[in-house]
Design a protein around this ligand. Structure first.
Ligand code: GLN
Length: 475
């Protein structure tokens, strides 16, 4: 079996049928990564030794005919913002260079318990701030479909690794679109669960009220498999909820799917959007209608405020979360005369421009005299955006939109123009502000660069969007 044919499902079947062993497959992945990743730069670090041990463990269980789950022996890639014991975790920042995680994030514990093989840590925008993976302190990742273009961001390394067959699936984080936007640019599935569905313990916080961990995969079914494994309440994350997802997310019934109504919000089909994107999304809508699903025009009137709202709330939380990094234990340590100067020098040398920009912005909007005008007001606007969705979900079950206004842009095209970079998340940010589950699915049957469409669901109704997505991919 070729690496590019592998899904989680097929890999699992291959192992059980004894078509191959996890150990030989894992070795094949590393051989391929070492060749292919010279061009793409998806990985920041590899964990060959432990991965091969994990693969051997899985093989042993299968030989002994022990019961194994779908992820046993499956090679996965992990975004470098998520802690894996004994492996580097830099969040692509110089301020964490040389930091090696001393414990596993909850999602990693779950993956290890499921017998997964962790190939390595993937590149990203520093502390998940960006939409192109160019804000990494170490290297820029390239889009496997066109090496002159960005893979999207911030989880660009994870998206590129899956798209280039350097992992069967991967984990990323999504605060404003960082799973869905790179998935759309790289032609893979990217899924952000409901806020609280997955424990964030052991994942470095960017903006705590928005962050969620989720999967990248080649199929919606694989994304559902990975999501089911990592979801669930965790006493180490008080925002994680006691919701259990059953097998219906893996095997949705067409009769249930046909009962759903899909809303198409007019505010998401804006001027300035690429014609090829709107054409592709229209074709996805037609395919979904051909399944017997009804669609309906809806309105989400506060959509136009989402981007500016996000760029107040998110930096406020970033400025607080990034306070803990002082560059004293790891990373670049500068020489200085006293403690204050040490902090200043370490943080000046350790953070990149985008991190600094957001720390400054966030500190400003929280400062006395400005708090009410900016931060408090932004929270009110966030409530209005949420209310739009609550009202829309009285009429429809799922909302369908484009993921991004354009296809993958050129490397260097937007990196010096933060505002134009921010605009690439205009369609993904609302789901984070409202805490909704949302998935990016590649539009099938198009030529040229990949394009994704997005399905947003009601809170905790992952089953609806994963269900429609699975039937869309079957036809
Ligand atoms: N691109 C967005 C930003 O820079 C989203 C980032 C994310 O989801 N982590 O804030």
């Amino acid at each position: 079996m070729h690496l590019h044919d592998l899904t989680i499902k097929k890999y699992h079947e291959g192992l059980l049928n004894k078509d191959f062993k996890a150990l030989e497959m894992t070795q094949e992945f590393f051989d391929y990564i070492k060749k292919e990743d010279k061009k793409i730069n998806a990985y920041l670090s590899l964990s060959e030794k432990t991965a091969l041990e994990q693969a051997e463990q899985a093989d042993l269980k299968i030989t002994k005919e022990e019961n194994v789950g779908m992820l046993a022996g499956v090679p996965l890639a992990i975004k470098d913002i998520i802690l894996v014991e004994g492996l580097p975790a830099t969040a692509a920042s110089k301020i964490l260079e040389n930091y090696v995680a001393s414990y596993d994030a909850t999602v990693i514990k779950k993956l290890k318990n499921a017998g997964a093989v962790l190939l390595g840590k993937t590149n990203m925008d520093e502390f998940a701030m960006g939409s192109s993976t160019e804000n990494s302190a170490f290297k820029a990742t390239k889009n496997p479909h066109d090496l002159t273009r960005v893979p999207g961001g911030s989880s660009g390394g994870s998206a590129a690794a899956v798209a280039a067959n350097m992992a069967v699936a991967a984990l990323g984080t999504d605060t404003g679109g960082s799973i869905r936007q790179p998935a759309a640019f790289c032609g893979v599935v990217g899924f952000k669960p409901t806020y609280g569905a997955v424990s964030r313990f052991g994942t470095m916080a960017m903006a705590s009220s928005l962050d969620q961990i989720g999967p990248f995969a080649k199929t919606v079914e694989d994304a559902a498999i990975l999501f089911k494994e990592i979801s669930g309440q965790d006493k180490l994350d008080s925002t994680s909820a006691d919701i259990k997802y059953g097998d219906e997310i893996l095997n949705p019934k067409l009769e249930d799917i046909k009962k759903l109504t899909v809303g198409i919000p007019e505010e998401y089909f804006v001027e300035g959007m690429d014609k090829e994107v709107s054409k592709a999304v229209d074709s996805a809508i037609k395919s979904i209608e051909s399944l017997g699903i009804k669609t309906k025009k809806i309105s989400l009137p506060h959509t136009k405020y989402a981007l500016s709202d996000y760029y107040i709330i998110m930096p406020a939380e970033v400025s607080a979360n990034l306070e803990r990094f002082d560059g004293i234990r790891y990373g670049t340590r500068e020489k200085s005369k006293n403690l204050i100067e040490l902090y200043k020098k370490n943080r000046s040398a350790g953070f990149g421009d985008e991190a600094k920009r957001r720390i400054i912005l966030g500190t400003f909007v929280l400062s006395s005299g400005y708090y009410d005008a900016y931060y408090a007001k932004a929270q009110k606007v966030r409530s209005l955006i949420k209310k739009d969705f609550i009202e829309a979900f009285e009429k429809v079950d799922v909302i369908l939109t484009p993921v991004t206004p354009t296809t993958a842009f050129k490397i260097g095209e937007k990196v010096d123009d933060p505002l134009s970079m921010y605009l690439s998340d205009i369609f993904t940010i609302p789901a984070n502000l409202a805490g909704l589950p949302a998935i990016s699915i590649p539009v099938s049957g198009i030529t040229g660069l990949p394009i994704g469409f997005q399905l947003m669901g009601k809170p905790w109704r992952e089953v609806d969007i994963l269900g429609i997505g699975q039937y869309y991919q079957r036809i």
